[in-house]
Design a binder for this molecule. Structure first.
Ligand SMILES: [Zn+2]
Length: 441
């Protein structure tokens, strides 16, 4: 237990230390509504989807809290992340959800498990798929790494989130999310009878190996966690992940499609209703994943390198599901390297000396850091923002702390932030911007 506590505090500490102040609100309205930068404790409401089935929609990468009423008490599906988890809990309590029979976790990510302790406090037993504990163990083992990486990617500090001084203090017990021990687990499928309401659980791996889908036969409602949301899936997440296998997503979406749901509530974003509408949306997502997967395999077998495929593979318009959260190019690389690992075939990559070993020479050859900075600024002016960023990366490697290079780097980041419409990309751009500005001070 002590170990768990330490790891959790290390995570929180890392979040507090590393999270920079985000530079105002992100500009792009194309972000999915559940992945905006809003204060996740504000403007919450309960949406009723069917008799006895409702949810509080999470904001700012906090999961929804989904509620099924039964005569035995509520069945809670996912619990959001602090501080939203407490806000969801309080809102539902105020609206009569005062007794819980079960809390079912669609998977072991922190944005879904943050309120478990609250629901346990009013009687809920915790239900998860069998590999949940192994998956938490993996996150625990790398808690220091993920602490820093999550803080950079999600930028909660500057967005009214968990680490923000402006956000309401987290009240109630601090949830030890990496130490959750489920009361009930299952392997492939399990039925629960909750006060006469049948609740079926299916193992549907995808975003994580422990993913499950909750199926309520009487309502024809499926709750499928993060295997579907308003964007191409984040099949490789930049904060770091083991491979998320596309064939798992495809098989799991097929499993859900075979149920012919009339209601789908994902764990992020709004509910989807209507049998035909659901079939169309889930099938489009499934086919988009198939398309990208097959294109990667084809390119790999043709001998194409990963960057070529990252640039080349684009979804046809009829399969375009948006890239507000996951990105095709990251998924391409995730699939490529998931199957083949990191070595590209360039012999220089076999050795521990990376590009930085020649960057000082490159900077000298270019005429010094000022020449690199001038070139980078020209690239910014020409709209070649990624190239400008690369130029400053070499400049920094060659001449650490050079002010001209850092100023060019800030300019490149600022322009990239303005142009971005992806939640995770914005996180890392804001992180890079904050670091460059700090180095300039
Ligand atoms: Zn999630």
């Amino acid at each position: 237990m002590l170990k768990h506590t330490l790891v959790t505090s290390a995570f929180l500490l890392a979040a507090c230390q590393a999270a920079p102040v985000a530079t105002g609100q992100p500009p792009n309205p194309q972000l999915p509504s559940s992945m905006d930068f809003a204060d996740p404790t504000q403007n919450l409401s309960i949406t009723k989807v069917a008799p006895g089935l409702s949810y509080v929609m999470g904001r700012n990468v906090s999961s929804n809290t989904i509620v099924l009423d039964t005569p035995q008490g509520a069945v809670i599906i996912d619990t959001s992340r602090p501080p939203a988890s407490k806000a969801h809990f309080d809102l539902l309590q105020k609206n009569g959800v005062t007794k819980a029979a079960y809390v079912i976790l669609t998977h072991g990510h922190g944005d879904h498990t943050g309120g478990v302790v609250l629901w346990k406090g009013i009687g809920a037993k915790v239900v998860a798929q069998e590999s949940f504990s192994e998956f938490l163990g993996y996150q625990r083992m790398l808690a220091g790494f993920f602490g820093r990486r999550n803080a950079a990617q999600f930028q909660f500090a500057g967005s009214g989130g968990a680490a923000s001084a402006a956000a309401p203090a987290q009240s109630g017990p601090a949830p030890n999310v990496l130490g959750i021990v489920p009361d009930i687990t299952f392997r492939d499928a399990m039925d629960l009878d909750v006060g006469g309401v049948k609740v079926q659980l299916l193992h549907t791996p995808g975003e994580t190996p422990d993913h499950l889908t909750v199926w309520i036969p009487s309502l024809k409602a499926a709750m499928l966690g993060d295997n579907f949301y308003e964007s191409f899936p984040n099949m490789y997440t930049l904060r770091g992940t083991r491979p998320r296998w596309p064939l798992d997503y495809i098989n799991s979406l097929d499993k859900v499609l075979a149920l012919e749901p009339e209601i789908v509530i994902p764990s992020h974003g709004p509910a989807i209703t209507g049998k035909d509408n659901i079939k169309a949306q889930l099938t489009r997502m499934r086919n988009a994943i198939v398309y990208v997967h097959d294109a990667v395999l084809k390119g790999m077998n043709q001998g194409k390198d990963v960057h070529t495929l990252m640039r080349e593979i684009k979804l046809p318009p009829e399969l375009d599901v948006g890239e507000g959260y996951g990105k095709i190019s990251w998924s391409v690389r995730g699939i490529y390297e998931g199957y083949a690992g990191w070595f590209s075939g360039d012999a220089a990559e076999m050795f521990p000396e990376g590009r930085s070993s020649v960057s000082p020479d490159l900077v000298k050859l270019a005429g010094g850091p000022k020449a690199i900075a001038d070139e980078a600024m020209k690239l910014v002016a020409a709209g070649k923002l990624v190239e400008a960023l690369h130029m400053t990366s070499i400049g920094i490697e060659g001449a650490p702390d050079d002010k001209d290079v850092l100023r060019a780097r800030v300019a490149a980041f600022e322009a990239l932030v303005k142009a971005s419409s992806n939640r995770n990309e914005l996180g890392w751009l804001n992180q890079g911007l904050a670091e460059a500005k700090k180095a300039l001070e």
